[in-house]
Ligand binder design. Structure first.
Ligand code: URA
Length: 227
């Protein structure tokens, strides 16, 4: 049970003050009963505003097919954000809605978006071995020997130190097209792994994240999932 004014403001509907006005005007119901008192405690899953059920009253986790050109930043100064492609109300929710890890502006594909901090922890911690699968196009033919090098780990320079990546599974699909499965998520990791081997990634797309795939989700579309 949640206090109605807190509930509506945390889901991005209105301020707590506005909630008092909305309730007073009879716009808010719990089941069939009008809730005129914004301080009432209610079951979020039974509340309606103007006859419509609340959106994601118990938490929000969706898959988003990120098109190229959007940034995974909350700062509008960084460019057009993935959040700008999603319902505006989501940006007003607390806890904050965020992407699980980031995809580069030039990368397309599967992005998990959630307000569940524990889920973010679980999906990003290397201890949990969550597979992330990418398709990459390279500027040159990929030498078959790279399969073993990626399985062994690639040395990347990070903060003045050299760190080896965890074993990664590389499959050659075409001379210049590969599928790569990672279990970690370092900054620009795919591009840097190939760069360390003398190749440039010219297109990058994430097809899977843990149990989820992009199946049936066109670019720019999102779909709710149970986390
Ligand atoms: N690795 C990259 O280099 N870029 C991404 O967007 C994701 C993984």
């Amino acid at each position: 049970m949640r206090r109605l004014d807190q509930l509506l403001s945390s889901l991005g509907y209105c301020s707590r003050k506005e909630a008092r006005a909305w309730c007073g005007a009879g716009r808010v119901r719990e089941g069939d009963a009008v809730r005129a008192d914004a301080g009432a405690r209610v079951d979020p899953t039974r509340v309606t505003v103007d006859g419509l059920p609340l959106e994601f009253p118990s938490g929000l986790t969706v898959l988003f097919h990120k098109p190229v050109g959007l940034v995974c930043s909350h700062d509008p100064r960084d460019g057009r954000r993935v959040y700008d492609a999603l319902p505006a109300r989501w940006l007003l929710r607390t806890p904050r809605v965020t992407s699980v890890g980031r995809l580069d502006k030039d990368t397309s594909g599967l992005l998990v978006i959630t307000d569940d901090g524990a889920l973010v922890q679980r999906l990003t911690s290397p201890r949990h071995h969550v597979d992330k699968v990418y398709e990459a196009v390279l500027d040159l033919d990929v030498p078959p020997a790279l399969v073993e090098r990626f399985a062994d780990g690639i040395e990347l320079h990070e903060d003045g130190q050299v760190e080896k990546t965890r074993p990664a599974r590389l499959q050659l699909l075409e001379p210049r097209r590969v599928e790569l499965t990672l279990r970690e998520g370092r900054y620009h990791q795919v591009r840097r792994m190939f760069a360390a081997c003398g190749l440039t990634v010219t297109a990058l797309h994430r097809t899977r994240f843990g149990p989820w795939s992009l199946e049936g989700l066109p670019p720019g579309a999102w779909a709710e999932v149970s986390a």
